[in-house]
Ligand binder design. Structure first.
Ligand code: PLP
Length: 391
């Protein structure tokens, strides 16, 4: 059975070009970049080249790039650095729809001496900017707002935020793990202080991430150890993955236009096909300000997990917007923040495409999902009771 992989916001396939770039650094060039010998020096030069490539993708200076192990480490490093560099300020601000990599750390900080403001979103998943700006205080150390939401795909106005926060003595961090490679990201133009990204979301391997830190931003390391990354992140570099990420960054730059054209068109074809062929389907996320590869649709009166299992039997991989918590299915915090009706939030499915998807795959899903939903609804007591009205 062929796999139809439409779960690229969860993780992506390692691009063949990336794997080719990585292999020599797993097989032959295994030197340590910190060693004095030329065998290690060669590796150091390749890491420097990869740093230039990732810097070019986001228009940063290579010195502003710190390699980490993942997006989560980048987020933790940024948030910890920001609060440590402003120890007297005790207010931090974020959104109600951040990834757990940010959300759970903010929750931890809320229990450890920080006052946290959680900025709400509306039912289309867009951020309440007035709420955000009206809650900034003299005591605010940090604002952390994701660039694009991993579930709804909604893109936040990072440029407007950066502009309004400039000169206020507040560190502005953005988790751009889902944005980089899908929409243009230009840190020089935007002027934010710190930004996180992750290799495995852009066809590099797992185990590598990046934290961008604008020149002049106060910084203290999270991983304290050796002198790697100019004393900003201790630990021997994950050489092959870093070199792969350099290659993936070049590919991402080449594919940006395709994201906005072919992949966007495939996403729209999928979305329209499903919405037209399945009654009581609700689109989650503001239609015209989403990542071009993402669609999140709720199918009322069915369980997302059941849909996933039945799609899985056909080789279709996607994600649901609910997760099993203590034996019951709970809609995600993102869908709850958006106020998606309970009956719909349970049956939410996120499809996230990549350059490796084809129109044929899209058509396969459009043909095969409607009968799955119909079959599941025949088993749903709520659907049978005729309670099928979506707001
Ligand atoms: N931030 C966002 C928005 C994400 O979607 C993810 C992963 O799904 C992360 C952070 C965490 O990245 P990583 O898996 O590299 O730790």
């Amino acid at each position: 059975m062929d796999i139809i992989y439409m779960d690229n916001n969860a993780t992506t396939r390692v691009a063949p070009e990336v794997l080719d770039a990585m292999l020599p650094y797993l097989k032959d060039f295994y030197g340590n970049a910190s060693s004095m010998h030329s065998f290690g020096g060669l590796v150091g030069r390749e890491i420097a080249a990869a740093r230039e490539k990732i810097a070019a993708l986001i228009n940063a200076d290579p010195d502003e790039i710190i390699f980490t192990s993942c997006g989560t480490e980048s987020d933790s490093t940024a948030i910890n650095a920001a609060i440590r560099s402003n120890p007297r300020k005790k207010h931090i601000l974020t959104t109600r729809v951040e990834h757990p990599a940010v959300k759970n750390l903010y929750e931890y900080l809320a229990q450890n001496g920080y006052r946290v403001t959680w900025v709400p979103v509306d039912k289309e998943g867009t951020l309440d900017l007035n709420y955000l700006f009206s809650h900034l205080t003299e005591d605010t150390a940090l604002v952390s707002v994701m660039w694009a939401n991993n579930e709804s795909g909604v893109v936040f106005p990072i440029d407007e935020l950066a502009e309004k926060l400039r000169g206020k003595g507040i560190v502005f961090h953005s988790d751009a793990v889902q944005a980089v490679g899908k929409v243009p990201v230009d840190v020089k133009r935007i002027g934010l202080d710190m930004m996180s990204l992750s290799g495995h979301k852009i066809h590099a391997s797992k185990g590598v991430g990046v934290l961008y830190v604008k020149k002049g931003t106060k910084f203290s390391p999270f991983m304290i150890g050796g002198h790697q990354e100019k004393n900003r992140r201790g630990g021997t570099e994950n050489v092959a993955s870093i070199i792969g990420l350099g290659q993936a960054s070049e590919l991402a730059m080449d594919h940006l236009e395709e994201m906005d054209t072919r992949i966007r068109a495939m996403r729209d074809r999928l979305e329209i096909g499903l919405m037209q062929n399945i009654p009581n389907a609700l689109l989650n996320g503001k239609k015209d300000s989403r990542l071009p590869n993402t669609t999140n649709i709720s199918f009322e009166y069915v369980e997302g997990e059941a849909i996933l299992l039945m799609m899985d039997q056909l080789g279709i991989c996607a994600s649901s917007g609910s997760a099993c918590t203590s034996g019951s299915l709970e809609p995600s915090h993102v869908l709850r923040a958006m106020g998606v009706p309970f009956t719909a939030a349970h049956g939410s499915i996120r499809f996230s495409l990549s350059t490796y998807n084809t129109e044929k795959e899209v058509d396969f899903v459009v043909e095969n999902l409607p009968p799955i939903i119909e079959r599941l609804r025949t088993m749903s007591p709520f659907w049978k009771a005729g309670a099928c009205s979506l707001q």
